[in-house]
Design a protein around this ligand. Structure first.
Ligand code: ZN
Length: 543
């Protein structure tokens, strides 16, 4: 209490001396003993707004418990609407914090970053960058602050929020099925509307022991454009890592954990590959994404500082390379559209993949771990004081082992509003047949459909087996069509292909259509593939 009074006093003196510039986050005000509540974040934003015309706030979603989620737009000049940025020389980026509301340093770091950016009269970074920032993505989870949450985390000692949102969903598993207002909101009102070219999602690790307070990595799903994954792996991420260390003096490494805590030489692994993770999802949309994971055993102040400096390193990188990124992403979009206009025999879509190390090794400043018996009798890993540097393979290259043909178009034999609603939320262009037509298609013949034994995010995830069979089918006028000649073709294919690990089948959207009420076997899979280019007469569906 005494310490808190002391920091309040310091803050009071600072305000007297520096006025508005002394605006402090809750973390700073409490010497990193507490983190901001929702009301603190909103109050901080309002103070920033009252002191600067370079910041605007939009509400992009309302949470289950009724909280408005703020998106901060920081730009000079401020665009009236997102379309004004179409031919702008600046790059739009999106930074998101607090998706897991126990992992709180991003919330403090983003607020501090904006405050410090706006201290300059004419911020240099705003010549090149339009920042979109959501400091408190999981506001409902944040408000359940308790010192009993994440007790293994090294502060803040007065407690943090919980992982799940107001529906008990993990928002970082919801990007494909989009069942939460938070994810629906970010896709519809940020990604579709503003089309940020780079996004960063801020977290705290739970994994292996090491010295580095800050870790990060890139989007990895192999159905994203591989040239973008290579750009992140070979250029952007190593350069940002160097800046973070050399300019900002923050030790860092790429995110992962040891394959075997007791034998680090077996390698460092990043094992979250599905696009249900927000960063991988952004990769499927042909955009760059950074997963920031700050080290759970580093003290709160070091974690906030690490995240803050990573945002600065990203800003530095974009100041130098924004045109390169903008050109690259535009080319990849065009390449995706041209591929769909007339798919080649070699154009395929991965439905199964494996993991191998990338060619460069990574060095981790680790602490040796040992197995110890806890008071409850359970055996668990324990960190020792024996620090050693290991240089080991980095398992992050997800490569295709089984693929199917990428079609010219998908034809959907359903008008299910949950399915059309999901596709529209993702921004996937839907059309309808303007006349009846007979089309040569590949249809999926199901031989096995299995639900998982355990519930996952309220679902028994399906896996499906079967094969594609050529057929000629007559479709009525009005039948729905998704062409692959669109920038979001990879995302559309991931959702519609029956055998991916994160599509409509996985998340039970098609359950009622696949199994007959009586009898045996399976109904036809209601999504058909038109493999080769044909003259499909369609009209666009307006939202
Ligand atoms: Zn997390």
């Amino acid at each position: 209490m005494r310490r808190l009074l002391f920091f309040c006093f310091i803050q009071f003196i600072s305000v007297l001396i520096f006025g508005q510039s002394a605006l402090l986050t809750v973390a700073e005000k409490t010497n990193y003993e507490s983190t901001s509540r929702y009301a603190d974040v909103i109050s901080f934003i309002n103070k920033l707004k009252s002191g600067s015309s370079l910041i605007k706030v939009e509400i992009f979603a309302k949470t289950t418990e009724g909280r408005d989620l703020p998106l901060l737009i920081i730009a000079n000049p401020m665009p009236k609407k997102p379309e004004d940025l179409k031919d702008d020389k600046r790059i739009v980026i999106y930074i998101q914090a607090n998706i897991h509301a126990g992992e709180v340093e991003g919330k403090e770091a983003t607020l501090m970053f904006i405050r410090d950016l706006l201290k300059e009269k004419n911020p240099e970074a705003l010549k090149n960058i339009v920042f979109l920032i959501c400091p408190i993505f999981n506001a409902d989870g944040n408000e359940k602050i308790s010192p009993l949450n994440r007790t293994y985390q090294n502060g803040p000692q007065n407690g943090v929020g919980v992982r799940y949102n107001g529906q008990f969903l993990d928002l970082n598993r919801d990007a494909m099925k989009a069942e939460s207002p938070e994810i629906k909101g970010v896709i519809s009102n940020i990604l579709n509307k503003w089309d940020p070219y780079v996004m960063m999602d801020c977290h705290t690790t739970d994994g292996s022991y090491h010295v580095e307070p800050t870790t990060f990595t890139w989007m990895v799903n192999p159905d994203g454009d591989n040239s973008l994954i290579a750009y992140m792996r070979d250029k952007m991420m190593p350069e940002m890592s160097g800046t973070l260390l050399n300019k900002y003096k923050v030790e860092n490494c790429f995110y992962g954990e040891f394959n075997d805590m007791l034998a680090p030489e077996k390698g460092w692994i990043y094992d979250a590959s599905e696009p249900r993770y927000v960063t991988n999802y952004v990769g499927l949309r042909n955009r760059l994404a950074i997963l920031n994971e700050n080290y759970v055993y580093a003290d709160f102040k070091s974690r906030v500082n690490g995240c803050y400096c990573l945002i600065k390193s990203l800003t530095d990188y974009l100041n130098l390379h924004k045109d390169e990124i903008k050109n690259m992403l535009r080319e990849v979009d065009q390449k995706t559209v041209s591929r769909g206009l007339n798919p080649a025999v070699t154009d395929s879509f991965t439905i199964e993949y494996k993991l191998r190390p990338v060619s460069s090794l990574v060095t981790i400043k680790t602490f040796e771990a040992e197995l110890a018996t806890e008071s409850n009798g359970r055996r668990n890993y324990r960190k020792t004081d024996r620090q050693k540097n290991v240089t080991v393979p980095y398992f992050i290259d997800y490569y295709s082992v089984k693929s199917v043909k990428l079609p010219f178009a998908y034809i959907l034999d359903t008008f299910d509003p949950q399915i059309t609603g999901l596709l529209e939320t993702h921004g996937i262009k839907l059309e309808k047949l303007s006349e009846m037509c007979k089309v040569e298609v590949e249809r999926f013949n199901i031989t096995e459909l299995k639900g998982s034994q355990h519930l996952n995010q309220g679902h028994y995830n399906n896996t499906i087996k079967g094969s594609f069979i050529k057929d000629t089918i007559e479709f009525a006028a009005g039948t729905l069509v998704v062409r692959t000649a669109q920038p979001l073709a990879n995302l559309a294919a991931y959702l519609l292909e029956p055998q991916t690990n994160d599509g409509l089948v996985t998340w039970n959207f098609l359950d009622r259509y696949l199994v007959p009420q009586w009898g045996f076997g399976y109904n036809p899979y209601p999504v058909y593939k038109v493999i080769n280019k044909i003259d499909l007469k369609t009209t666009a569906i307006r939202k």
